[in-house]
Design a protein around this ligand. Sequence first.
Ligand code: BTN
Length: 269
Amino acid sequence: MHAVLPADLAAALAARPELADTAVRYFPELASTNDTAAALAESGAADGTTVVADRQNAGRGRHGRAWDSPPGAGLYMSVVLRGPRSPVVTLLAGVAVAEAVQGAAGVAVELKWPNDVVALLADGGNSVGTRRKLAGILTEALPGAMDRDAGVVVGIGVNVRSRTFPGELAARAAAVESLAGRRVDRSVLCADLLVRLSRWRRRMVAEGEGFVIGRWRALAPTSRGAAVSWDVEGSRRRGVTAGVDDTGALLVSCAGRTERIIGGEVRWD
Ligand code: BTN
C-alpha cells in the first residue's frame, strides 16, 4: 500500500499543472520501484503512473547489478509508459533525464550509451577530465507478448545528495549536489523530470522519432570518435564509436568494418 505523498513532493507536483493527471505513488521503502510499477501496470495502472521511493532495499541496475539506494540520498522512481515498445522510448527517457539533471546541476551533462547521465569532472587538478555517472536508467518491458501496446517501465535512479559512494562506485559516481554546489530538492527534480518526459513524448508524436534521436545524439558526444572495448564470446574487441543508429544501437568501427552493438557491456577506454 502506498503512503500519502510527502508535503514537499505534493507541492512540487502541484506546481506543475501538466502533471495534474499523473498518478504518483510514494513509498518510504521498496525492494525496487521498477517491480512495484510493473505490478501496478499488471493491475491496470494508467499510462504515466509513477512510483517513487525514499529508499530501495533491492534496487536494480543494468546487467544484474545492484543500484545503491540509501534513504534520502537519491531519486528512485519508475514510470509506466504504455504504447509500442520502441527502442526510441528509452532514448527519449535518457533525453528527459539528462535535461532535468542538467537543469538541477546547473552544469552541462552528457549521455553515454546506452543511457548513463554523466558529467565531466576536473580530476583533482589534473588536466585529464573524468566522466562520473550521475544517473542511470533501467527500461524493462511489461509482460504481454500479444499486446503490442503493453509498454515498458522506465526506472530512473539519480544520485542527488553529496555522499561517500561505497566500493568501486567511489571512482565512477558523482552526486548532482556536488556539481551544483548547493542543495538540490529531489521532489522538484522528480516533478521536472516527469514534465520533460511527457513533453518529449508529445514531441515524438508531433515531430517523429528522428527528432528524439537527433536530440539524443547532440547530448552524447562520446557516441562518436571515442575508443571503446567490449567482449564477444570471451574475446575482447576494440574500436572507435561511430554514432547511434535509428534503433538506438551503438555503431563501432572495428578492424575496417562497422559493428552494431545492441546490448551488453561497452567500456570507454
Ligand atoms: C543503470 O544500471 O545505470 C540503471 C540504474 C537504474 C536504477 C533505477 S532506481 C529506480 C529504478 N528501480 C530500480 O530497481 N532500478 C531503477
